[in-house]
Design a protein around this ligand. Structure first.
Ligand code: ADP
Length: 379
């Protein structure tokens, strides 16, 4: 019976907390491990373990009596997960998949070897090594490990910029003239059946390399949407994935589609599925790791999702006022993560706006973004 299964999530952030919410609907017993004792999940389960998902002993100790382990972030100890898997614990996604995805260059090599188009790039060891590649500039430099939310990405225009480059293993990628950034959440079950959620269009703030808002359905050509889904399916098959995965893609100005990045777990670009789809990405992940039937991925209503970021101190009151308006607006759904305040730019929550058509959803989104930014700051 489901209630007898012991499930563990590595990572206790907002993605873990949203997974927990759906785990309750299935009557599951879920433990969570995170190195921060004030991570969002800590307040939602009594089985919260304070430990480091990157630490071998902590992961072994956490996982040894569990039936199933899943993740909400890729920064986890692969060696420990392999050991647990050999001892009979089911690990989804598999340690092999997490290993491929943890390193951006290995990820790129894997995709290329499977004939999935990627942005050409070379591995560089450190800042010194970068000087051998001045001929490749301008280019995009990405940390191989632990980059997220654009924090491990910089554009190097000229050799002079190398002074400020990351001094660690990176990938130096060709600069793409990006027309659109798209994400497809793909789900694959234990028997190999695959379904895709509708592609999402992600609109970025390029100054801060962070997501501004995202919309689903994406206003892209049908052909491009189909191609994006086909690439997501091909990637999930190549990885023999069990569970869900976000496949982030670039549509270049010349019409080429590239897979940029994979996240084999619930993802920011799937938040709208909570209210907009028949089965949310979180419910889907739980269904798939449990071996239950895959849920219907259909989109019910057009949706726009906005991340709420921790504002500068002088704009705090604007956020409080914005949240009140959000709560008073019909079919606008607030998710507040309960994270510690004070780190400017940190994701504190998100809002999903549903409407009968995308134009109306976008108008509401513009109004809400305006409120969240604080009227005086709107340019
Ligand atoms: P992260 O893992 O931090 O999200 P990404 O690889 O998604 O890193 O890059 C962050 C953003 O940087 C992308 O959303 C895109 O806007 C920009 N970017 C990344 N790679 C390139 C590239 N090769 N050319 C141009 N812009 C890029």
């Amino acid at each position: 019976m489901l209630e007898d299964l012991k499930i563990g999530i590595l990572g206790g952030g907002q993605l873990g907390a949203m997974l927990l919410k759906y785990a309750i609907d299935f009557g599951l017993h879920v433990s969570v491990m995170d190195k921060n004792s004030d991570a969002p999940c800590a307040r939602h389960t009594q089985s919260f373990i304070n430990g480091d998902p990157m630490n071998y002993d902590d992961v072994i100790h956490f996982g040894k009596d569990l039936d199933i382990i899943t993740i909400e972030k890729e920064a986890v100890n692969i060696r420990a997960l392999k050991f647990l898997q050999q001892s009979g614990v089911n690990v989804y996604p598999s340690p092999e998949v997490i290993g491929i995805i943890q390193d951006k260059f290995i990820q790129k090599q894997f995709l290329a070897a499977n004939h999935i188009p990627v942005v050409p790039g070379v591995p560089v060891l450190n800042r010194e090594d970068l000087r051998n590649y001045t001929g490749n500039l301008p280019a995009c430099l990405k940390k191989c490990n632990n980059g997220y939310d654009g924090k491990g990405v910089i554009v190097l225009k000229t050799a002079a910029d190398i002074e400020n480059a990351f001094d660690e293993p990176c990938v130096l990628e060709e600069l793409v003239d990006i027309k659109h950034e798209i994400s497809v959440i793909v789900s694959r079950n234990q028997e190999g059946a695959i379904e895709c959620y509708d592609p999402v269009l992600m609109v970025f703030n390029h100054e801060r390399m962070i997501l501004d808002f995202q919309m689903c359905p994406a206003n892209i050509d049908r052909d491009v949407a189909l191609q994006a889904c086909n690439l997501a399916v091909k990637t999930a098959e190549a990885l023999k994935l069990v569970g869900i995965m976000a496949v982030e893609l670039f549509l270049a100005a010349d019409g080429k589609l590239y897979v940029n990045e994979l996240a084999p777990r619930p993802h920011n670009s799937g938040h709208h599925t909570i209210e907009a789809n028949i089965t949310s990405q979180f419910e889907q992940q739980i269904r798939l790791i449990l071996g239950l039937p895959m849920g219907d991925t259909k989109l019910n209503k057009p949706a726009v999702m906005i991340n709420i970021l921790e504002p500068a101190a002088h704009r705090k009151s604007a956020i409080t006022a914005a949240l009140r308006t959000i709560l008073c607006t019909s079919d606008v759904h607030l998710h507040w993560y309960g994270k510690k305040a004070g780190i400017e730019g940190r994701k504190m929550g998100h809002v999903t706006i549903l409407e009968n058509n995308m134009d109306n959803a976008l108008s509401k989104a513009v109004m809400i973004r305006h409120l969240l930014k604080g009227k005086n700051d709107e340019k």
